[in-house]
Design a protein around this ligand. Structure first.
Ligand code: NAD
Ligand code: UDP
Length: 327
């Protein structure tokens, strides 16, 4: 663990800090000695994710929806607030767009008022169903503006525009990263994304639901690697505004992921096919040359190792739930 000198300790706002990635980020920042304020509406985030953080240092949680303005005395802001799973961001699409657009605007205005540096958790979804493979930051994407994924994809694209313009017009120091599929402990068992679905299904002995023929690809990054990339990006020179891709370039088909999860869990679940959702990207893999060159970053955790840690987490979670039901 790296502890910084007292003079570089900061007060940091993490919007979406009770979520999967946000709770890991809050934990890393507290372990480095910073004070952390988490602002979250607890729509997909959970109190259990952050329950232990008070024990690690100066941690405050505020119940706040970022579509309303907020005030805080802070040195840095991370904007992670937004449901990331298609199941959750499509449940209230108008609120998702508001979160991306109004939420980013409110946080950028706070950054402008307080002189804080601000980080945006953008997404590989800005590339849509990409015609360029692997995806480089210079690619403008292939996004449907009028479909079930649009609230998220276009919301995140508009957020990038706002970040760009607050930097250009008001000189706000911005840090934009485009995150590719990330997994790990503290995902919800009902999250709906592929890694958590397959693991939970395998552990429960339920059918593994492969959407479509399973030939679509994704590149899966373990959470610890990603958070390391966040911290490097935030600490980088002001001239590096992004967008910078962060993800693991090792690419797998969804069918291969299902087989790997079956193998690692030793489950006897069957693989079944379900319809492919609309606008589901066919292939996705980050080009991370920029992150490697400018941040010295590359992921270290191979998929099988990260999956083992995630399986152990869900195993504990499901056994604890089972025990609770039995009591
Ligand atoms: P998550 O759903 O676990 O976390 C999102 C958090 O934001 C939750 O705690 C939720 O309650 C909170 N939130 C949502 N809307 C809010 C609002 N209006 N006001 C305040 N809080 C709000 O998702 P995650 O996987 O931790 O993703 C975090 C961020 O990273 C998101 O912005 C997501 O778009 C981005 N991202 C994640 C991935 C990934 O693979 N995990 C990939 C690309 C981008
Ligand atoms: N997927 C699947 N079965 C599931 C959940 C997802 O086959 O139970 C597929 C989904 O259609 C997509 C890929 O896995 O092709 C990744 O889906 P996820 O929702 O995790 O992320 P995203 O589509 O946003 O990359």
């Amino acid at each position: 663990m790296q502890i910084r000198h007292a003079e570089s300790l900061k007060t940091i706002l993490v919007a979406g800090g009770a979520g999967f990635l946000g709770s890991h980020l809050c934990e890393r920042l507290l372990r480095e000695g910073h004070s952390v304020i988490c602002a979250d509406n607890f729509s997909t985030g959970r109190a259990e994710n952050i329950g232990h953080l008070k024990l690690l240092g100066a941690f405050t949680a505020r119940h706040h929806d970022i579509i309303a303005p907020l005030d805080a005395e802070v040195d840095e802001i991370y904007n992670l607030a937004c449901p990331a799973s298609p199941r959750h961001y499509q449940a209230d699409p108008i609120h998702t767009t508001k979160t991306c657009v109004l939420g980013s605007l409110n946080l950028l205005e706070l950054a402008a008022r307080s002189g804080a540096r601000i980080f945006q958790a953008s997404t590989s979804e800005v590339y849509g169903d990409p015609n360029v493979h692997p995806q480089v930051e210079a690619y403008w994407g292939n996004v449907n503006p009028f479909g079930s994924r649009s609230c998220y994809d276009e919301g995140k694209r508009c957020a990038e525009t706002l970040f760009h313009d607050f930097n250009a017009v008001h000189g706000v120091e911005i840090k934009v990263v485009r995150i590719f599929n990330t997994y790990g402990p503290r995902m919800r068992s009902d999250d709906g994304r592929v890694v958590s679905n397959f693991i939970v299904q395998a552990l429960r002995g339920e059918d593994i639901t492969v959407y479509g023929d399973g030939s679509q690809t994704r590149s899966f990054c373990f959470v610890d690697d990603l958070i390391d990339g966040f911290l490097r990006m935030m600490a980088s020179p002001a001239s590096l505004t992004g967008p910078v891709n962060l993800g693991n370039p090792a690419e797998f088909t969804v069918g291969e992921l299902a087989e790997l999860v079956l193998d690692l869990t030793g489950s006897r679940s069957k693989i079944v096919r379900r319809p492919l959702p609309a606008d589901d990207p066919r292939q996705r893999r980050p080009d991370i040359s920029q992150a490697t060159r400018d941040l010295g970053w590359h992921p270290n955790v191979p998929l099988a190792d990260g999956l083992k840690q995630t399986i152990a987490y869900f195993d504990g979670l499901l056994s604890a739930k089972g025990r609770k039901l039995a009591e």
